[in-house]
Design a protein around this ligand. Structure first.
Ligand code: ADP
Length: 611
């Protein structure tokens, strides 16, 4: 396996799962974060739209309450209770006004204070919380400064008094069409439990409502003063996101709406953590699913890479072993994964194969030329020996003949028989040497291939075997008008002569030898058949009989030297043809020779010298 250490040396079986795992992690993280971002922004947009609607509804309600309150104050200001007090500010009228404006009911408890001013805006009477009255002095003066008899009434901004928030409604007091004074009533700002419940139903229990002044930063949660929002919200009706400080704080989604009939603004807040809770759980779920996919993917990648890489690893090892076999020294430490190592091993194997091939080729060339040289030496040696051997043989033949002729009467029968044997031996030896010389000639002579009239070659072969044929009473049938082939006439005559002679010779005694010579076209070749009705040749000898001195019978049975077919094969090969046979014992033998058809060929091709 690959060594640990640098990444380049890691095995593919490690690299692949790591790569696939990395890709899976990247895909899961990218997919989850994109989906989370989408879910998050749509949740924020939906919440923004919802709190915007709620904010607008609340602002409309407050606006209505503001104008109703102004109308109620105006009605109170015009009653006899207030106009009477303004006409006669005695104790009796004051007691009546106090009971009227701050009755001992739940609604009356919400009134912080009430003040009555005369037409010159001088304080005539006041009742209620003295602290509130003191704090509100300046605001009250501002409030009534601009009031005219025609105004129904106005609503003030909020003031923080201790842990309460108050606001006023002020109206002119008119009696008999004349302005007689002003009534200012300050109330505590609270939201009833019922109103709170309704608002919660509208948007959810987690929503928070605040009202504040458009002019300054006094804010209330409709119960007590609270710290203002961290960003300016007046005049902005978009969806805002900010972080509110404090124990109940945190990231908020908020939107503000102005109240039309009062100098107020209403703010609706919703904690972002609640808005984003579904997106967070979506993210958690998709990460969990992603982790599952990752685990499955890693298992699949590990399994796949094992299946893919184990044959590769084996192949690499084998290739490295092979490559190392060829190299004398270790080429150094193997680096890279299996593919890199495999390619290195193959490169070095290819180099070794090329080198060995070159070496082999050179060796073969050297050996071949050496062999050729030896062959030539041997052939010329054999030729000269054979040649030289014939002279003593002729002497043996001549002297044994002379012995028989001149001293025949002096020898007894055995002596004459010996002399005959010597003579016959010398003749056979001479025959053998002659055939060997013929074979050697066939091997060495210069053969020029060209168009040959088959008829002519077969006819001259027949002339030469005529004596044998007549002696055996043989019948030789030759096809009329045979085609021209590419060959060498003298060689072809010799070949045909050997084959026809064999066809006549290897026939059992008592059977008339019949030899047929015919041709058969074969594509660009001519197949020449020499068929006999002789003893046949067992298939296992079909190859052997073409070798020098290979004979299947004793000389007494069928005379011969065993060189005829060797000459046939050599001659045919040197003319660029092929020779073969079809035969079975006692079913005759058909030798065939394939030679190129003369018309198809460029004439006068010089055959390569046989080795
Ligand atoms: P030779 O004819 O001098 O014996 P060849 O080389 O011509 O030598 O033939 C080799 C051997 O092949 C022969 O001895 C013979 O056994 C066999 N042979 C060749 N031609 C024929 C044939 N036409 N029919 C049967 N046997 C044959």
């Amino acid at each position: 396996m690959a060594e640990s250490g640098s990444g380049a040396k890691l095995s593919l079986s490690v690299k692949l799962p790591v790569l696939i795992g990395g890709l899976l992690i990247a895909a899961v993280v990218a997919d989850s974060s994109v989906s989370y971002e989408r879910v998050r922004s749509s949740a924020i947009a939906i919440t923004g739209a919802r709190i915007g609607t709620v904010g607008s509804q609340l602002a409309a309600q407050l606006s209505l309450s503001g104008s109703q309150l102004a109308g109620v104050t105006r009605q109170s200001a015009d009653t006899i209770v207030i106009t009477g007090l303004l006409a006669h500010p005695d104790q009796n009228h004051k007691t009546t006004a106090a009971t009227y404006l701050r009755p001992p009911t739940a609604a009356g408890k919400l009134v912080a204070s009430a003040q009555v001013f005369d037409a010159d805006r001088r304080l005539v009477w006041s009742t209620g919380d003295s602290v509130a009255l003191r704090i509100a002095t300046a605001t009250t003066a501002e409030l009534i400064a601009d009031l005219t008899p025609k105004d129904s009434g106005v609503v003030s901004r909020f003031l923080a008094v201790g842990d309460s928030v108050i606001y006023a409604s002020a109206s002119p007091s008119v009696s008999n069409g004349r302005l007689v004074g002003y009534l200012v009533v300050w109330r505590y700002l609270t939201m009833t439990a019922q109103a709170r419940k309704q608002a919660s139903l509208l948007i959810g229990a987690d929503a928070r409502f605040y009202v504040g002044n458009t002019a300054d930063n006094v804010w209330s949660d409709l119960n007590r003063p609270v710290s203002p929002p961290p960003v300016s919200v007046v005049g902005d009706t978009s969806v805002l996101r900010y972080v509110r400080a404090g124990p109940d704080g945190g990231a908020m989604i908020a939107t503000a709406r102005p109240v039309r009939t009062a100098p107020w603004v209403i703010l609706v807040e919703f904690p972002e953590s609640i808005v984003l809770a579904p997106s967070a759980s979506f993210l958690r779920d998709s990460l969990l699913i992603g982790a599952g996919i990752l685990v499955l993917g890693l298992i699949a990648a590990w399994w796949m890479s094992r299946r893919l890489t184990s044959p590769l690893v084996q192949l690499t090892h084998k290739a490295e072993e092979l490559a190392e076999l060829g190299s004398s020294a270790n080429d150094g430490e193997q680096g890279g994964d299996e593919i890199v190592r495999l390619s290195t091993a193959f490169t070095s194997m290819v180099a070794h194969v090329r080198e060995s091939q070159r070496e082999l080729e050179t060796r073969v060339k050297t050996r071949t030329s050496e062999l050729q040289e030896r062959n030539e030496e041997l052939e010329s040696f054999a030729y000269s020996i054979s040649h030289d051997l014939r002279a003593p043989l002729r002497a043996m033949d001549g002297f044994s003949q002379a012995l028989l002729e001149e001293y025949g009467d002096k020898l007894d029968a055995t002596g004459r028989q010996y002399a005959e044997r010597v003579k016959a031996g010398a003749r056979r030896m001479d025959l053998l040497i002659r055939d060997l010389l013929a074979y050697s000639k066939m091997t060495r002579s210069d053969i020029k291939v060209g168009p040959v009239e088959l008829d002519r070659a077969v006819r001259s072969a027949l002339d030469q075997v005529e004596g044998d044929a007549r002696a055996r009473g043989a019948r030789v049938v030759v096809e009329d008008r045979m085609p021209r082939v590419l060959g060498h006439e003298a060689t072809l005559t010799q070949v045909m002569m050997n084959l026809i002679a064999n066809g006549i010779k290897f026939v059992p005694a008592g059977r008339t030898p019949e030899v047929r010579v015919r041709t058969e076209p074969r594509d660009r070749l001519v197949r020449l058949w020499i068929m006999d009705n002789g003893i046949g040749i067992p298939p296992e000898y079909h190859e052997r009989i073409f070798r020098v001195f290979e004979r299947l019978h004793r000389t007494e049975e069928y005379p011969g030297t065993g060189i005829g077919l060797a000459i046939v094969r050599k001659g045919v090969e040197r003319m660029g043809g092929r020779v073969g046979l079809e035969s079975e014992p006692d079913r005759g033998t058909s030798f065939w020779i394939d030679l190129p058809r003369a018309e198809d060929q460029v004439p006068a091709v010089r055959a390569a010298a046989a080795p």
